[in-house]
Design a protein around this ligand. Structure first.
Ligand SMILES: [Zn+2]
Ligand SMILES: [Zn+2]
Ligand SMILES: [Zn+2]
Length: 785
């Protein structure tokens, strides 16, 4: 008879790990106990040595689906004489915090079956959940993950729920958000202007029925979800979509669509096996799917001018109830395999780029004039979390993130174990801000926070700093930030560094982009980095964005860059591609064509004049895309960042593969850097008549040029690994084409997968570089004793 203590870390709280342990111990007839604590779960078991070995093996092998075991340490301890059973002890909150809470999970099949079973006591109950599913991160205030520390604390469980909660072999044993219609949260429906008055679920004034009725009549309903409010409307109703666009002042940004199941999506978009898998992931992200020719006819105005449609499947019981209602309240789950006609626009309710709305009162106040009605509930959202957006990569197993939030945060990204393991807090950039905290050899990237040009988003960043460092109980050794002195993230990093008396380390934008990929791939060897994005401040104080780098830990050398393009009108040039088209003409020595080509632009003459002087310049890849779009007359003005490049991508996709006959680029090594000049491609575009063909030509020429550029640098540096990062790699044609071209040259291309390739992943790279800066300063200098 021997006794062992097992310590488990990872996502092991709130995922049914203790009941699983309990069942396993019973099955193997072992005695002892299990308990949640600050580091995860601790277990003591007693029995035969061989059975204890089996126990440890099955603890890993048979763990619940949403658990994630990072470490399992086993030690011997003295046996307890006369121990009878196996107990689940109360949580122990003392000790150093190593535990992690899990992300929010979509409803599981067992709960879905109960939801549509009229005999079940949770029939049509919008807050049904169990240890395998339901909210986690968005309802948790702090660890350990116990009901008292969540927004469910105010709902006392009824006797029936309490029985389930206490029965070790039940599916709801310690399901912290456990609830039923008798004791749990309630839905309420109100038309705009009404006060909130929760109504009992079984009146004729059913909130789900009322919501569907409003949607069917072309109304816009604000629906409270897991991490915030959505604005919903009937995606097949052109007038409703148009009204939503007008009221949200979103102009042309694409909307995401929710449909009941994969069968309902087939007519709306192209879908391969990897797409289907991504859609059905537990996290239920928005997945970008290639459109069909008929998509824009079936869903008018949902994603105009783009090559893809953002789609997602229902993830909360509430979403499923809307589709169930539309299907006529069928019994059982058979209907979920059949195509359903209802398609809903589900867009984040974040008026004017402000943070996502999470609060009932705030929704009623700030959505006045936008939503016709609200579907509310009284379970508080403690942490704001937008929907995640992913795009499956054709030859890769895991999809790529465009926005990483609900369903993924706060899952850790494992880092390479470093010798020093400094904990760092990185505050990211300006656009699509996220922050990153490291703890030991794990990085925690926050949910998407937003652009820091809004005061409310800056406040949200501050709140996320407090929340994530508090939840993980990390006291950082340093802060990391962008080099741009005016970003709110930079200023906040400096303030916090001052307050906590720790260093604030600036990390160059494109170095951080490359480092983010190195972090998730756990690479330390020197690489060639190709960073292509809209803009980031360079070490020379200039706006960079098309950079060829050699990155080695904390060191970064600029090997080359794109030929600078003039920015006539500064920031306006970054929003008005016609100005970049004009800049390209001037660069081609054809400045006299500007006023005729852009005669419909009142500013054309002034821009032509500006370009005769010495306007500021940038090496940004994004502006080269804008120049291409400007010359083709595609998108004179953009209503959101990257719009012109997305249009070009959509057109190129519609054209199909382009067979490039001759290279359309030049190199110039004058300034000590290898400068890549894409002007020959722009000459072709300036004379093009078929925009689809021209867009395809531009992509082909770009891929060929980049592969040539990178390949030459890789050869001279003796490096075989190329890291590609920056927002431009969200362009699927570019990413796929370049990967093939580099493979052809025998080079390995690494891309972002665990974090977005754009500025949403910047904080991860900043943290990685800062850790290496600290590590290098730890090392004794050569020659010092
Ligand atoms: Zn469940
Ligand atoms: Zn109950
Ligand atoms: Zn960037």
């Amino acid at each position: 008879m021997i006794r062992r203590r097992l310590r488990v870390t990872g996502i092991v709280q709130g995922v049914g790990f203790r009941p699983f342990t309990h069942r396993l111990a019973h099955a193997l007839q072992l005695t002892g106990w299990v308990r949640n604590d600050a580091s995860g779960v601790t277990i003591e078991v007693q029995g035969d040595e061989s059975v204890l070995d089996t126990f440890a093996a099955r603890l890993r092998g048979d763990a619940p689906p949403s658990a994630q075991l990072d470490t399992l340490d086993i030690e011997s301890c003295p046996p307890e004489v006369g121990e009878a059973g196996f107990d689940i002890l109360d949580s122990d909150a003392s000790g150093a915090q190593r535990a992690t809470i899990g992300p929010d999970l979509c409803i599981c099949p067992a709960c879905l079956a109960e939801l549509f079973d009229p005999a079940n006591r949770r029939y049509r109950y919008a807050f049904i959940n169990c240890t395998d599913c339901g909210p986690r991160y968005t309802i948790a205030a702090r660890l350990p993950y116990d009901r008292a520390h969540t927004s469910m604390a105010r709902f006392a469980q009824c006797p029936a729920c309490l029985n389930e909660y206490r029965a070790p072999d039940a599916r709801r044993f310690h399901a912290e958000p456990n609830a039923c219609p008798v004791c749990g949260p309630q839905l309420s429906f109100c038309v705009a202007g009404d006060e909130i008055e929760p109504q009992p679920a079984d009146t004729s004034n059913d909130p789900i029925a009322a919501t569907l009725d409003c949607l069917r009549h072309g109304g816009i309903v604000a629906i409270k979800g897991l991490g915030g409010f959505h604005l919903a409307c009937d995606a097949r109703n052109a007038a409703a979509v148009e009204r939503l666009r007008a009221r949200k002042q979103r102009e042309e940004k694409p909307f995401a669509v929710m449909v009941a199941n994969l069968a309902s999506l087939t007519e709306l978009a192209e879908m391969g096996a990897t797409d289907a898998a991504a859609l059905q992931e537990n996290a239920r992200p928005i997945v970008l799917l290639p459109k069909r020719e008929i998509t824009d006819v079936l869903l008018p105005g949902v994603a105009p001018g783009l090559g893809w449609l953002g789609a997602m499947l229902p993830y909360t019981p509430l979403h499923f109830l809307l589709f169930h209602e539309a299907a006529g309240r069928p019994t059982g789950t058979g209907w979920l395999a059949e195509a359903q006609r209802l398609a809903l626009v589900m867009t984040s309710a974040n008026p004017h780029g402000e943070p996502l709305i999470t609060d009932n009162d705030e929704a009623l106040r700030s959505l006045r004039g936008i939503a016709d009605a609200c579907l509310l509930h009284d379970r508080e959202i403690l942490i704001r979390c937008d929907d995640s957006v992913v795009r499956p990569l054709p030859d890769q197993a895991a999809p790529q993130f465009i926005r990483r939030a609900r369903g993924y945060t706060p899952r850790a990204i494992p880092l390479a174990a470093t010798e020093s393991g400094h904990d760092v807090l990185a505050l990211g950039g300006f656009f699509k801000n996220t922050l990153c905290v490291t703890r030991g050899d794990q990085a925690f990237l926050s949910q998407h926070i937003g652009d820091l040009d809004r005061v409310a988003n800056c406040r949200a960043l501050e709140a996320a700093v407090d929340h994530l460092t508090g939840l993980l109980q990390v006291k950082p050794d340093a802060l990391a930030h962008d080099l741009h002195p005016d970003f709110y993230s930079t200023r906040l990093a400096q303030q916090l560094a001052e307050r906590w008396q720790i260093p604030a380390l600036g990390v160059q934008h494109h170095h951080a982009h490359i480092a983010a990929v190195l972090a998730e791939h756990r690479r330390d060897a020197p690489v060639i980095g190709l960073a292509l994005d809209g803009v980031g401040l360079g070490i020379d104080g200039q706006p960079w964005g098309g950079e060829l780098l050699r990155v080695e830990g904390a060191g970064c050398e600029r090997l080359g860059h794109l030929r600078p393009l003039a920015l006539p009108g500064g920031d306006r040039a970054a929003r008005e591609p016609w100005r970049m088209g004009a800049a390209a003409l001037a660069q081609l020595g054809r400045g006299d064509e500007i006023t005729t080509r852009f005669s419909q632009e009142p500013g054309a003459a002034a821009v032509a004049q500006m370009l005769r002087g010495q306007p500021p310049t940038t090496t940004s890849m994004g502006r080269w895309f804008d120049a291409a779009a400007g010359l083709l007359g595609l998108q004179p003005r953009m209503s959101f960042e990257g719009q012109a490049a997305m249009r070009l991508e959509g057109l190129a996709q519609a054209f199909g593969p382009f067979d490039l006959q001759v290279p359309l680029h030049k190199f110039d090594t004058a300034a000590g850097h290898i400068q890549l000049d894409l002007s020959p491609a722009l000459v072709e575009l300036s004379e093009a008549t078929d925009v689809k063909q021209a867009a395809a030509l531009f992509h082909a020429a770009l891929i060929y040029a980049l592969a040539d550029w990178v390949g030459t640098a890789a050869e001279s540096q003796g490096i075989r690994t190329v890291v590609c990062a920056g927002g431009c790699f969200l362009n699927a044609i570019l990413a796929r084409g370049l990967r093939r071209a580099l493979q052809h040259r025998g080079l390995q291309m690494l891309e972002a997968q665990a974090a977005p390739p754009g500025d949403g992943g910047l904080a991860l790279g900043q943290a990685w570089v800062a850790r290496r800066m600290l590590q290098e300063s730890d090392r004794p200098k050569a020659g010092t004793p």
